[in-house]
Design a protein around this ligand. Structure first.
Ligand code: NAD
Length: 327
């Protein structure tokens, strides 16, 4: 049995040697390096940071490792451009990819990033066949589908990160509007991780009170629009690059739910096989995340309005998947 599926109790005793779980973060750019930093800071797993640019992976990993004594963190952090070093990972978090460059169409980007995902997924299958893959690279739902097709893993072991981030943005904006702590706001966002995401105000609550009881329809629509444009708002402010603190924190929440077998109910991109009347693609739905990955897809009735938004979102993802012509 892969050590990952043993009950996890901080450090696992394996062949009488205490072992920390291992997470490999693929791509040492903004999201990848920040994800590595958060894992190291929390001290719950050893981290391997992999990038095609060896110096960047090694340099950032060394910098993070040198902060571990200050964080009282016992884990090891290393950087590499050799995929073998990721061997035996419990979780692989894929953040590698290209940003959109001037003159590059969405389709060009789609193909370029799909090639990256294929390459790193093949490496994952070779070196960490028992791992759970969390896909972050955009367009995320399509990249998660690519990772599933290439890996041939059970679908519960390939999960896309999008809904946790979108919900966190929704929570933030509701908290700002009401002047309450974001901790007391719960939110749910479904659908594809893109402009067509489906925020769910009727399941968005402040200490259990639906926001529909606390905010007017116009304010809720404004918050929903801001959530949909959450990524673009940050890109416009930064001018170069895109969001990475909240995306990294979202990926780490998912990794912890898996490693600690937390059974968290989180919105994630999952491969649907008939749930919500959809089959054969990845899209954001509530799932139970635990030690074996997605342990359950939680399905419920959508209203007519939610259904039409969800279907639009699904068809946008399906169009991109069809463009890739994967087997
Ligand atoms: P970045 O450009 O800072 O980093 C990407 C890294 O990937 C670079 O260091 C690059 O060298 C590396 N890379 C490229 N090809 C590689 C390969 N074949 N193997 C290993 N590494 C390779 O980008 P970022 O800001 O870190 O974003 C990373 C990805 O995450 C992007 O696709 C971005 O759109 C996506 N993203 C997704 C979400 C989400 O919610 N799902 C949120 C934020 C960012």
């Amino acid at each position: 049995m892969h050590r990952f599926f043993l009950p996890f109790s901080f450090f696992i005793i394996y062949n009488n040697i205490p072992m920390s779980p291992k997470i490999s973060v693929i791509g040492a750019g903004n999201v990848g390096a920040t994800t590595a930093e958060l894992i190291a800071r929390d001290g719950f797993a050893d981290v391997v940071l992999f990038d095609v640019h060896e110096g960047i992976a090694k340099g950032k990993a060394l910098d993070i490792a040198e902060a571990c004594p200050l964080w009282n963190s016992p884990v090891s952090v290393s950087g590499t451009a050799t995929f073998d070093d990721t061997a035996g990972s419990d979780i692989i978090i894929i953040t590698a990819g290209f940003p959109r460059k001037p003159g590059m169409s969405r389709d060009d980007l789609l193909h370029a990033n799909a090639d990256v995902i294929k390459e790193v997924t093949e490496g994952t299958v070779r070196h960490s066949p028992g791992s759970v893959i969390i896909v972050v690279t955009n367009p995320m739902d399509v990249m998660a589908y690519t990772a599933l097709r290439v890996s041939r893993f059970e679908s519960r072991r390939v999960i896309g990160m999008g809904g946790v981030l979108d919900s966190s943005r929704f929570r933030t904006f509701v908290a700002m509007e009401l002047g309450v702590s974001p901790q007391d706001v719960e939110a749910l966002v479904l659908g594809g991780h893109g402009d067509q995401m489906v925020p769910m105000p009727r399941f968005t609550t402040v200490k259990g009170i639906p926001i529909t009881e606390l905010l007017g329809a116009k304010t809720i629509s404004r918050i929903i629009e801001r959530t949909r444009n959450g990524g673009a708002e940050i890109v416009a402010l930064l001018k170069t690059g895109s969001a990475y603190y909240a995306p990294a924190a979202s990926s780490v929440q998912m990794a912890k739910a898996i490693l600690f077998d937390e059974k968290r109910l989180l919105p994630c991109s999952a491969y649907l096989d008939g749930e919500y009347g959809v089959a054969g693609i990845f899209v954001g739905v509530p799932v139970v995340l635990g030690g074996s990955g997605i342990e359950k897809i939680v399905a419920f009735e959508l209203t007519d309005e939610e259904r039409s938004m969800f279907d639009r979102s699904v068809s946008a993802v399906r169009t991109m998947i069809d463009t890739l012509k994967l087997p």
